[in-house]
Design a protein around this ligand. Structure first.
Ligand code: 0X9
Ligand code: ZN
Length: 407
């Protein structure tokens, strides 16, 4: 017994000695700078940056840079503009994490820990057991369950075409889980939307990248990818929006380097999160069909539709995609003036391969597939202040309601 105790003690002290305690990245004094990039300096820019915020762009890149690297960065490029003087101060404006109380409007006044997001969804569902259930969409690399809510109306469970909504694909895009939770909350609690609930079966998963999301709360607020390792490499994470198994192999819209923010993975669909999301899309395709797929991201204020992998290709119903997006754009603007840019994703934003909406359009046979990029256009970027949560979720919901009416 004594020897067991001694060895346990020894084990725990050795363990403490080798495992460093998790220290959160301190972004005090770091700036966000928008720089005019060219191919010859792109690698140097990336090596000076703590994070690239819009890693697909090639000409105008937003980078987070430490005070020590600011001068070197500016010297490297022809043009630069400081978007944020102090990322640490912006993080403070995100507000304190709020402890959880039952689902109510006040949920949308603060950001929340991962466990509370799960509790919010469970409590919301518990109030509407006759028209909703909690669904699991897969499991992350660290074993967290991708948790969603299925909502149906008077036709009964599973009787209507599906609307599939994914949030927090990218870990740092916190406003997107708040927003997709607002959709679920409105559908269940606001009788105004009964006709929409009766028209579709909704599958809303607010956090499809739980490991990354937790990592942004414990360690690095600006983490993007999942937390999957690559054998023989120290860099972590696959970009879930570059790992879908459609046109994954096409060059130019993702990175093959495990250290890149847009690392595509070793094989198409080799991220467990993607396996689960793909299975969800495939199974709904095979049963009732998907009317509308929404992948909710931030930031930039865009509504985008296929294709990402080729800037010259258009979806066969490109004109309908555009007209539905145009009405959603007006509906958003009508709420408080927020201006969205709309268009096919590759030609409007940048090329992406293995992205969700190309998969849902072609393989998932969804009638409409859109990527939303929520507020803002770069001043706060991913760290949108708590006082912008409510206005953002409300205007986005107006856009989505418009789409649901049209779809
Ligand atoms: O790069 C992305 O994955 C998205 N932008 S973000 O800043 N949130 O990372 C844009 C994806 C849009 N393109 C396609 N879905 N094809
Ligand atoms: Zn994103």
């Amino acid at each position: 017994m004594k020897s067991i105790l001694v060895s346990m003690l020894l084990l725990s002290t050795t363990f403490c000695a080798v495992v460093p305690s998790v220290k959160k990245v301190d972004y005090s004094g770091f700036k966000v700078i928008r720089v005019a990039s060219t191919d010859d300096v792109k690698d140097q820019i990336e090596s000076l940056a703590a994070h690239v915020l819009n890693p697909g762009k090639s000409t105008e890149i937003d980078v987070v840079v430490s005070p020590d690297n600011v001068e070197a960065l500016i010297a490297l490029v022809a043009e630069s503009k400081v978007l944020n003087e102090d990322v640490g101060a912006a993080l403070a404006e995100e507000g304190e994490m709020q402890t959880y109380a039952v689902p109510s409007e006040s949920w949308f006044t603060a950001y929340h820990p991962y466990a509370d997001h799960l509790q919010f969804l469970k409590d919301l569902q518990a109030g509407y057991t006759g028209q909703s259930e909690i669904v699991t969409v897969g499991t992350s690399i660290q074993g967290r369950v991708l948790t969603g809510i299925h909502i149906w109306g008077s036709g009964g469970k599973g009787s209507k075409p599906a609307v599939v909504i994914h949030g927090n694909v990218h870990a740092r895009e916190w406003i997107t889980s708040m927003t997709t939770e607002y959709f679920a909350w409105q559908l269940l609690t606001n009788a105004t939307f009964k006709s929409l609930v009766d028209k579709f079966d909704f599958y809303i998963t607010p956090i499809v990248n739980p490991d990354g999301f937790v990592y942004t709360q414990t360690t690095d607020r600006l983490w993007r990818k999942n937390r999957q390792t690559v054998s023989g490499n120290t860099c972590v994470g696959r970009d879930i929006n570059r790992n879908w198994p459609y046109k994954w192999e096409v060059a130019g819209g993702a990175s093959t380097s495990p250290c890149s923010e847009t690392y595509k993975g070793q094989v198409a669909g080799d991220a467990p999160e993607n396996k689960g999301l793909k299975a969800q899309v495939d199974s709904l395709k095979g049963s009732r069909g998907i009317s509308l797929y929404l992948d909710v991201h931030s930031y930039g204020q865009y509504i985008l539709w296929p294709y990402g992998y080729d800037c010259n290709l258009r979806a066969e119903n490109d004109a309908q995609h555009r007209s539905i997006a145009t009405r959603a754009q007006s509906a958003i603007r009508a709420v408080s003036g927020t201006a969205y840019t709309i268009g096919p994703s590759c030609s409007t934003l940048y090329a992406t391969t293995g992205s969700s909406t190309d998969y849902t359009d072609v393989q998932g046979n969804a009638t409409y597939s859109y990527t939303y990029e929520l507020r803002d256009t770069g001043s706060y970027g991913f760290t949108l202040p708590a006082n912008q949560i409510k206005p953002t979720v409300v205007e986005t919901w107006a856009g989505v309601v418009s789409m649901l009416k049209d779809a």
